[in-house]
Design a protein around this ligand. Structure first.
Ligand code: 3HC
Ligand code: NAI
Length: 699
């Protein structure tokens, strides 16, 4: 079946593209587009309309072809053919015109779009830049500042906004084809010229001298470790300084540099991993899903309030259950405060806030939960309490209601077994702040029904979360790995390093924050209290937490009271090093019989990241995660792991698993078996020269 169809209706040549699911510019589509436009030059049509079938206009280059040998015609060649057409070409846009798709539209002579459509150049999110003229045509049409903003942030804009920046010529209400057709007739009647963005030149004297330097500086901070944003600035600068064809040549050169970079490989890996993560082995499109039209949240504290906001934002009514009326008042007040912050930032209107708040009601009586479709428990992290609540829910909720726990560590099966319906019980592990963090770990118990998993996956999309399925184990995927990372950070500290050295190593690697700064932000008392509830065995060796305990016992709780691993300025919250902390570290090292030594940055980086990778490999080996990309999605979306490294497992693949394995073996010799027993899977893959990604695909 051809992916491009062509027919002449009256005097209009209609080029109709049908390449599901998103009309990506595959090799076949590029070839057929060139052929169709070339042939159309000879026929009786007076004007051409390019329109797409399915849910969207062209959503970009076919990302699955990247990294493979390029096949002609290249996208720039396709655009040259369009632009050189001897009759005007109109792009008729619905859904989203993204990346190469928007570049195709920009090479057309006219662009019309449904008012619901969006256009954008999201390449930067894949570690790339628009490689088919986007960096040259957008500044010519919309101005340099708009181009810098739009292309470096990668977010799509509405058709209306695009029109105000001359990126779209006409916004259409109603039927796209009918609107495009009447626009075509208008252009024929007025003998409209072949309007080309390339014919516009930008007067360099109109561009503020410092503009590019300021952008470079801003993005060096915001997009640390990435080359694409800097290259985009250079391309836009070329659009100002150079003729079109030289600008295009510069864009091509820098596009290829981005394409070959590790950061783009990593970010493209994440693009597909995120989509793959929503697929559950053994479940398919026919797996039924349950209706979720109302939700109850048990516990209106830090997590419960944030979780409630997710559902209210999606228009789903929420009952917030607390122990007493004071609990409800407190919970609702926090939610209201959070919404007010969004209103202040202009992200929400006062009317939207009122609507969301009207969807959340407080209750104290479980009888009121008789008709809800989903309950999410978010009370204190205490198994007995959670079991008590689930037994209560079992009595109060209707048959078929999904009963979920937001527990961070507890065994989902033990919670499920407190009910007579373990098949309806699941873990829905949100991250703090739950109204903002994108990640949702969906934890499958041994008896969780397939339709409960399928419903949870679907629901995650509705509330705009990135979801990953995890098996049931202590800490699930994310916190289980985090424990290893946190332990190595503590060990490096007590053996000779400092909070600032470790934090700066991890920040330079690209983590949003180092482990000690994170501890201070979360509050050191949280871990302290959690440790009190653990058995000696669960708590582990004293040297892995004695410094943290000592700081809490000195009332250094972190940012909340101005001192933790660092000192914080009460006004500005600016962080500074505190010699007192190093005294504590030295005392504790002495008490543990540890002789402190100099640490080099590489050892810190490798110990903290390789322990994560090794635990990730064990998680794969045990079937807790379905594939390595799922672990990467958890780490990038829930734990601030740098996107341009693609997550811990992709990072390991990029280093070569043999290198990782050999270093882990060396650490085992140096530091003992306890923490450095290499995963069997890691060893097998290292010795057979394979990657986690390859293993995940073959599985
Ligand atoms: N190439 C290849 N496959 C793509 C694709 C692309 N550009 N865009 C989407 N897909 C695939 C997805 O992998 C998914 O496949 P699956 O069903 O097998 O998992 C399927 O299409 C549907 O995608 P989504 O699940 O994301 O569908 P949504 O409806 O939620 O979203 C979308 C649609 C907004 C178009 C979203 O898919 C998207 O943002 N796509 C990527 C857009 C993009 O980044 N374009 C730029 C590409 S780079 C480029 O063009 C370079 C150029 O400048 C030279
Ligand atoms: P929190 O202490 O802020 O809130 C717990 C709330 O539950 C309190 O408001 C309390 O009054 C209420 N509550 C206690 N017993 C109740 C009962 N029987 N009925 C109704 N309400 C009751 O705790 P937080 O931080 O919100 O944690 C809740 C759960 O979420 C825990 O299981 C925790 O492990 C998990 N979690 C916490 C994260 C965090 O960063 N805080 C992140 C992810 C999960």
């Amino acid at each position: 079946m051809p992916v491009v169809n062509y027919q002449i209706e009256n005097n209009v040549g209609v080029i109709s593209i049908n390449n599901p699911p998103v009309n990506a510019l595959s090799h076949t589509l590029r070839t057929e587009l060139v052929e169709t436009i070339t042939n159309a030059q000879q026929d009786e049509s007076k004007i051409l309309i390019m329109i797409c079938q399915g849910r969207t206009f062209i959503a970009g280059a076919d990302i699955s072809e990247f990294g493979k040998p390029p096949q002609p015609p290249s996208l720039p060649d396709v655009l040259t053919t369009i632009e050189a057409s001897n009759k005007p070409v109109i792009a008729a846009i619905h859904g989203q015109a993204l990346g190469g798709g928007f570049e195709v539209a920009l090479a057309c002579h006219y662009r019309c779009a449904l008012s619901s459509a969006k256009v954008g150049l999201p390449e930067v999110k894949l570690g790339l830049l628009p490689g088919a003229g986007g960096t040259q045509r957008v500044p010519r049409l919309a101005g340099v500042e708009m181009a810098l903003d739009m292309i470096t942030n990668g977010n799509p804009i509405s058709a209306e906004k695009a029109q105000s920046y001359k990126l779209i010529d006409k916004v259409i209400e109603g039927d796209l084809f009918a609107g495009a057709n009447s626009y075509a007739q208008e252009l024929i009647e007025t003998k409209a010229e072949l309007k080309k963005a390339r014919d516009i030149s930008i007067d360099p004297t109109t561009v503020n001298n410092d503009l590019f330097a300021n952008y470079r500086e801003k993005l060096a901070k915001r997009a640390r470790g990435q080359i694409a944003p800097q290259n985009i600035i250079s391309c836009i600068e070329a659009a100002v300084m150079l003729p079109m064809d030289e600008g295009l040549a510069k864009e091509r050169e820098l596009f290829i540099e981005c394409m070959q970079s590790n950061s783009s490989t990593a970010m493209r890996h994440l693009f597909f991993a995120q989509r793959e993560a929503t697929k559950v082995k053994g479940l398919n499109k026919d797996t039924p899903v349950r209706d979720v039209k109302s939700v109850a949240i048990i516990g209106g504290g830090t997590m419960g309030g944030g979780i409630a906001m997710n559902f209210a934002n999606a228009g789903i009514p929420v009952k917030l259950v607390e122990i007493n009326n004071e609990g409800i008042t407190r919970g609702l007040a926090i939610i209201e405060k959070n919404y007010s912050v969004s209103v202040k930032k202009g992200k929400l209107s006062e009317k939207q806030k009122t609507h969301c708040m009207s969807l959340i009601s407080g209750v104290i009586d479980y009888q009121e939960l008789a008709d809800v479709d989903l309950v999410i428990e978010a009370v204190f992290e205490n198994l007995a309490l959670k079991q008590e609540i689930f037994a209560e829910l079992d009595k109060s909720c209707k048959a078929g209601a999904i009963l979920a726990s937001n527990t961070s560590y507890q065994d989902i099966d033990k919670i499920a077994n407190a009910t007579q319906r373990p098949q309806d019980v699941i873990g829905l592990h949100f991250f703090s702040p739950a109204n903002i963090m994108k990640l949702l770990e969906i934890v499958r118990g041994s008896k969780t029904a397939d339709d409960v998993i399928a419903t949870s996956m679907k629901l995650a999309k509705i509330i705009n979360k990135v979801s990953v399925l995890s098996g049931n184990c202590y800490g699930f995927i994310g916190n289980r790995i985090l424990r290893q990372y946190a332990r190595e950070a503590q060990l490096c500290l007590i053996e000779g390093s400092s909070p600032q050295q470790i934090d700066s190593v991890m920040q330079n690697f690209g983590m949003a924050m180092g482990p000690f700064a994170v501890g201070d932000l979360a509050g050191l008392d949280i871990g302290y209290k959690a440790r009190q509830g653990l058995s000696d065995e669960q708590r582990g060796e004293e040297k892995t937490y004695c410094i943290a305990d000592a700081l809490v016992e000195m009332d250094r709780l972190g940012q909340k009271n101005g001192a933790g691993y660092y000192q914080y300025d009460p006004q500005t919250r600016a962080r500074s090093n505190d010699p007192l902390v190093m005294d504590v570290v030295e005392q504790q090292a002495k008490a543990q019989g540890i002789k402190r030594r100099q640490f080099d940055d590489d050892e810190i980086l490798n110990r903290l990241t390789f322990t994560m990778i090794n635990e990730g490999a064990k998680i794969l080996e045990e079937g807790i995660a379905q594939r390595s990309g799922d672990i990467d999605i958890v780490y990038v979306n829930g734990y601030g792991f740098p996107v341009f490294r693609g997550g811990p497992m992709q990072y390991a693949d990029s280093l070569g698993l043999k290198n990782v394995y050999d270093t882990i073996c060396q650490y085992r010799e140096q530091y003992g078996e306890q923490y450095w027993q290499a995963s069997v899977l890691l060893k097998d893959l290292a010795l057979s020269n394979k990657t986690f990604s390859e293993w995940s695909k073959d599985k």
